[in-house]
Design a binder for this molecule. Structure first.
Ligand SMILES: Cc1cc2nc3c(=O)[nH]c(=O)nc-3n(C[C@H](O)[C@H](O)[C@H](O)COP(=O)(O)O)c2cc1C
Length: 102
């Protein structure tokens, strides 16, 4: 599939085959692909948390306007971000702030 076709045919999927199971290898592949997500200045201030505990998923669903996919989708991945990472992470962007030597 070329890029434009992927963009124009992409849809949010909101119905799930509850009988489907994924292999560990497929899940690992998806998580590895998520880690390729870009971040500003490549700060990578995120964590992708795979939530498998049923009770925890129920509580997250309650906090997410009771949306069924939170408990019913095969996988629930919570994207967390450290919004203050710029203050503590060794900063790759300092190179942009350092005056260029004359
Ligand atoms: C930042 C963001 C948050 C979204 N949050 C939800 C959500 O909480 N629940 C939901 O069912 N869909 C959510 N969506 C999906 C949108 O409803 C969907 O993208 C929109 O209806 C357009 O449909 P399409 O993605 O199939 O083109 C979200 C989309 C974005 C970009």
């Amino acid at each position: 599939m070329d890029t434009l076709t992927a963009i124009t045919q992409r849809r949010s999927v909101k119905h799930f085959d509850t009988g489907h199971q994924m292999t560990e290898a497929e899940i690992d592949q998806l998580m590895a692909a998520a880690l390729l997500s870009p971040t500003a200045f490549n700060i990578r201030n995120w964590r992708f948390v795979l939530v498998s505990d049923t009770e925890l998923r129920r509580r997250i669903r309650a906090a997410a306007w009771d949306q069924a996919p939170v408990t019913d989708a095969l996988l629930l991945i919570v994207l967390c971000a450290d919004l203050k990472a710029w203050a503590t992470t060794p900063a790759p962007w300092t190179a942009f702030l350092t005056p260029w030597p004359n």
